[in-house]
Design a protein around this ligand. Structure first.
Ligand code: NAD
Ligand code: UGA
Length: 461
């Protein structure tokens, strides 16, 4: 590959759920740029070079294939690639800190800071550094202090460009985003760097959907967007508990309120709880930042979004236990789905992890089935004992079980032959629909005792 023929050299540090797909999209849309993605995880990089990508994301392989070998390169060679890059996107993980000051709430910025130091050590020309990872507001100021402490006379301009893709729909989110957000310092060099990043996305995103703001608004908007989305889910989940007591149906309530254009119909689907690597982490981060500025009421307000989510997960297991005559010891329960949502193999913070552990605590025998997440499920549950089984075929998984718990809303579960499943289950057979995706009346007529979320159960007992 003749590297000199490319207009810009773009590097991305971190080849995960964000780095891989976003860079593949930039490379596919902009053949004039050379896009290199690096990671410290050699196994992951190797997988990005094959057709067995390290993450499952519908449509991703096609996009990767459009550009791989042409202007998209995956590599473990970090130092050399930092030197060659004009623009460096940093897309490393920023999990919740598990130790020391802020443990359990603040963001663990060690991976982030390590990249800043790698860049500082290696770079020998001016560069634009783009915050792609989700970060606490004002991180850019720390980043700039570290980077511009160099004595090589090099200038680094830090720009914020948070990512809003959702897993399972990453490719359409990237191809046709609601908006792209770019925040910069309002200095001459800051605005110039901002324009350079705008120019990349303007290759395929209409200009009126590219929002530019000051850098702090951009950093904070990312946390706030996730907090608002999660808040809607906790709001409807809290109402689902009330529906179960009052014979209202949460689906009907969500539909009725969602038709009000001021409320809107999205993100008000009651569930067993939200999962994923970011909602909880980003809200905790918002809580921590608010606390650190002495804004106790603000912190408490957002913390409740997480508390309701935990309450919802707990309620789901309590419902199972209660319906199965207050004892699930030695009973067989199958989880339909383990991923935190459909169309991904990702299980980070999946409600399924909590549900499985609680069922095991009660000495139930748990069978897990999922079309894409069994590998991650096995890792999540390593060491959790003999009462666990993994089976990709949902029919086999449900054989001889007392109850089915739907945890992930995979389409596949909507169209199974539930008469066949019912025949092979232990009676009385139960189904707990943690996603409200099944035809409850039909299941009841087959013979199941049906427990939806936020709706009166249909029970033969
Ligand atoms: P991930 O864990 O999938 O990927 C991060 C990658 O960074 C890993 O492969 C890791 O090996 C690599 N890495 C860590 N330190 C490194 C270093 N020093 N040098 C090179 N590589 C290094 O994480 P992710 O889900 O892609 O999330 C990345 C960031 O994007 C997070 O801040 C997250 O909050 C944010 N985000 C995630 C999503 C999502 O859907 N997953 C969406 C929007 C934003
Ligand atoms: C979320 C945001 O939607 C993205 O915009 C953001 O970029 C991303 O977090 C991030 O920062 O990581 P993601 O977690 O991939 O994306 O998936 P979502 O579709 O938001 O779903 C999150 C969780 O909420 C899932 O467990 C899902 O099942 C649940 N959910 C979603 C509900 O329970 N009800 C709903 O109505 C919607």
């Amino acid at each position: 590959m003749d590297e000199k023929k490319f207009e810009k050299h773009i590097l991305c540090i971190g080849a995960g759920y964000v780095g891989g797909p976003t860079m593949a999209m930039i490379a596919a849309k902009c053949p004039q740029y050379l896009v290199t993605v690096v990671d410290i995880n050699a196994e992951k990089i190797k997988a990005w070079e094959t057709d067995e990508l390290p993450i499952f994301e519908p449509g991703l392989l096609d996009v990767v294939k459009q550009a791989r070998g042409r202007n998209l390169v995956f590599s473990t060679e970090i130092t050399e690639n930092i030197k060659k890059a004009d623009i460096i996107f940093v897309s490393v993980n920023t999990p919740t800190k598990t130790f020391g000051e802020g443990a359990g709430k603040s963001a663990d910025l060690q991976y982030w800071e390590k990249t800043a130091r790698d860049i500082l050590k290696t770079a020998d020309s001016d560069k634009i550094i783009v915050e792609k990872s989700t970060l606490p507001v004002r991180t850019a100021s720390a980043m700039e202090r570290i980077l511009n402490s160099n004595d090589k006379g090099i200038h680094f301009e830090v720009v914020s460009n948070p990512e809003f893709l959702a897993e399972g729909t990453a490719i359409s989110d990237l191809e046709d985003p609601d908006r792209v957000l770019i925040g910069s310092q309002e200095t001459e060099s800051g605005l110039k760097a901002c324009d350079e990043i705008v120019e990349i996305f303007a290759n395929w995103v209409p200009r009126d959907r590219i929002i530019t703001t000051n850098i702090w608004s951009s950093e904070l908007s990312k946390l706030v967007a996730n907090a608002f989305l999660a808040q809607r889910i906790s709001s409807i989940n809290s109402i689902s508990a009330l529906c179960e007591k009052t014979e209202a149906s949460v689906k009907e309530v969500a539909h009725a309120i969602g038709t009000d254009s001021r409320i809107g119909s999205r993100f008000i689907e009651a569930s067993v709880g939200f999962g994923g690597s970011c909602f909880k982490k980003d809200i905790l981060n918002l809580v921590y930042i608010s606390e650190s500025y002495g804004l106790t009421e603000v912190a408490e307000y957002w913390e409740n979004v997480i508390k309701i989510n935990e309450y919802q997960e707990k309620r789901f297991v309590q419902t199972i236990n209660k319906a199965l005559f207050n004892t699930i010891a030695n009973k067989q329960i199958v989880l339909f789905g383990f991923a935190f949502k459909a169309n991904t193999g990702d299980t980070r913070e999946s409600p399924a992890i909590y549900v499985t552990k609680k069922l095991l605590e009660e000495h139930a025998h748990v069978v897990i089935t999922d079309p894409k997440a069994l590998k991650n499920a096995k890792n999540d549950l390593a060491g959790f004992g003999l009462n666990l089984e993994f089976e990709i075929d949902p029919y086999k998984a449900a054989n001889n079980t007392h109850a089915i718990a739907v945890v992930t809303e995979w389409d596949l579960y909507k169209t199974l032959d539930y008469e066949r499943i019912y025949r092979n289950m232990i009676k009385p057979a139960f189904i707990f629909d943690g996603r409200n995706i099944l035809d409850h009346q039909k299941l009841y007529e087959i013979g199941f005792n049906v427990y939806p979320i936020g709706k009166t159960p249909l029970s033969h007992i």
